[in-house]
Structure formats: C-alpha cells, structure tokens
Design a protein around this ligand. Structure first.
Ligand code: IPD
Ligand code: CA
Ligand code: CA
Ligand code: CA
Length: 271
C-alpha cells in the first residue's frame, strides 16, 4: 500500500509541475532572450527558468512550509520535516530558448535523503510521467489517458538506441564527443535530446534503450531516475573523479551492463 504521505507529495508535485508547465508553454515571450549565463557562455538562463522556479517554490512553501528545497535557480532551504524537494523548473533551457519542444519541468521529493516521488511534466508532448517509490512508473496524457511505463526488452547492445548529453564546459564536451565517437559504431544509433529528465523518462517508456551523461546535477535526474527504476530500468553510474563529475547511466536490464562496460573502457568518467 502506498504511504499516504507519498500520495500527498505526489499530488503536490503534479500540481506544481503542471502549473509551471502551463506558465512555460503559454507564457513564453516571442522575443525570449538570454538573461544570464552560468558555468560557460553557452550555459544559459532565461527569465522563464526563474519565473517557473518561483512559481514551484511558492506553491510548495505555501502548502508545506517546513520542507527543505533545492532548486537549480537558487532555491536552497534546510527544512525540518525530513522531506526535501529537488526542482529543475525548466530542463532543456536551450531547446526552450529556440522554441524546440523537448523540455520539461522536473520535481522530486526526497524523504530522509531517498527519492520517494518523481514527476516530469513535458507539456509540448502533452504527457506527464510520475512514480512513487514501490508503485511503478506511469504516464498520463490527454491522448492515451494513464498508462504504466515498462522499459523495452532490448538486447543486444548493437540493437540499442542510446541517448546522451553534453556538459556546458568546452573541454568536458570534447571528451564527451570522443566517447560518443567510439560508441556510435557499436549501437543502433545515438540521440541528443537536450533534456536529461525526458531522456530518463524515455528509457522508462521504451522510447530509448539507454541513456548516459556525465556531470548531471541532482535536479536533472532526481525525478527521472526514480521513474526509470520503477519502469524496470537499471540506473547507476560511476563516482566522480572531481566534484560534480559523476557518470549517470540508465538502461534496460539487458543493455545496462554492456553499456557500462564500454563507457568504462572509453573512460567516460574521466576529465
Ligand atoms: C541540461 C539538460 C541537458 C543536459 C545538460 C543539463 P538545463 O539541463 O538536461 O539535456 O545535457 O547536462 O544541464 O540546464 O537545460 O536545465
Ligand atoms: Ca540550466
Ligand atoms: Ca537540467
Ligand atoms: Ca534547468
């Protein structure tokens, strides 16, 4: 039976993700511009990233004022309840800036450090993905209603469609491109979707066989990782050589181990 607290957290996460998704979809200024940059000149922030985080943190703190929060755009509160919200208000900012449809709102709730709820809303797909720990992974959408997510039974690795992502820092990207160059002849094909949260949900939904990326932040993957695991995917990775440099891998059970082995051989976790 699902813990009633987790059901309440899921309801709040879904409401916040939907409201932020609507704001982003309907409120995108036609002349949207870069408001700021972070780790490099291509690591951009728009006014809409900030507005979406404000909406989400405002709603959560109104309903559950004593919870902790960690948000990409600066939300950082300790809390006293053992619950912490991990928020990426707009995952896929570069896509959003260019009006490409692959972007999402990602909200996870952790209880005593472990993710118990994950919601990823992808408004331009008309789909939202969610999971509660132990309760399976689900997609809801106007077109297909609610459906359970189960990852694909794909094998072997050379039949696998694998997605990846590139960090915003130039020399890290050069290394990531080299790893992708070595991997591409050994798999069906490679994708670069531009939203880590959607990549993880696509592994859950059987739209990808695997996904890997180095250097993700907690807000990129907290919700999507739970959704992928609850859909039967394996997730894991490799600890960092430097802070923030972890390699994340999510894949169907048949693809995970051979993909991990190759990525290790190619030194995908190195600087
Ligand atoms: C980025 C996206 C992208 C991934 C980057 C992330 P953001 O998040 O998830 O797919 O490759 O590593 O930083 O900045 O658009 O929220
Ligand atoms: Ca960002
Ligand atoms: Ca992100
Ligand atoms: Ca973001």
């Amino acid at each position: 039976m699902t813990d009633p607290l987790h059901t309440d957290l899921l309801r709040l996460a879904r409401e916040a993700a939907h409201r932020a998704g609507e704001l982003l979809r309907d409120g995108r200024p036609a002349d949207l511009a870069v408001a700021d940059t972070k780790s490099s000149p291509v690591d951009v922030v728009t006014e809409m990233d900030i507005a979406a985080e404000k909406l989400i943190t405002g709603l959560i703190s109104e309903r559950r004022p004593d919870d902790g929060m960690l948000g990409e755009e600066g939300a950082s509160t300790e809390g006293s309840t053992g619950i912490r919200w991990v928020i990426d208000p707009l995952d896929g900012t570069v896509n959003y800036l260019y009006n490409l449809p692959t972007w999402a709102v990602s909200i996870a709730a952790e209880q005593d450090g472990e993710t118990v709820v994950g919601v990823v809303a992808a408004p331009m797909r008309g789909e939202t993905y969610h999971a509660v720990r132990g309760g399976g992974a689900w997609a809801t959408g106007a077109r297909d209603g609610e459906r359970r997510l189960v990852c694909r039974p794909t094998a072997p690795l050379d039949q696998a469609l694998v997605s990846t992502g590139f960090n915003y820092v130039a020399d890290v990207r050069v290394h990531q491109a080299e790893v992708a160059r070595r991997l591409i002849p050994l798999v069906r094909d490679i994708r670069r979707g531009g939203s880590a949260a959607i990549d993880l949900c696509d592994v859950a939904a059987g739209r990808l066989d695997g996904y890997y990326e180095r250097g993700l932040n907690p807000w990129d993957l907290a919700a999507g990782d739970l959704i992928a695991r609850e859909a039967g995917a394996l997730t894991g990775g490799r600890p960092a050589e430097r802070p923030g440099g972890e390699l994340t891998i999510a894949a169907t059970p048949a693809v995970f181990e051979p993909l991990q082995r190759l990525l290790e051989e190619f030194g995908a976790w190195h600087d």
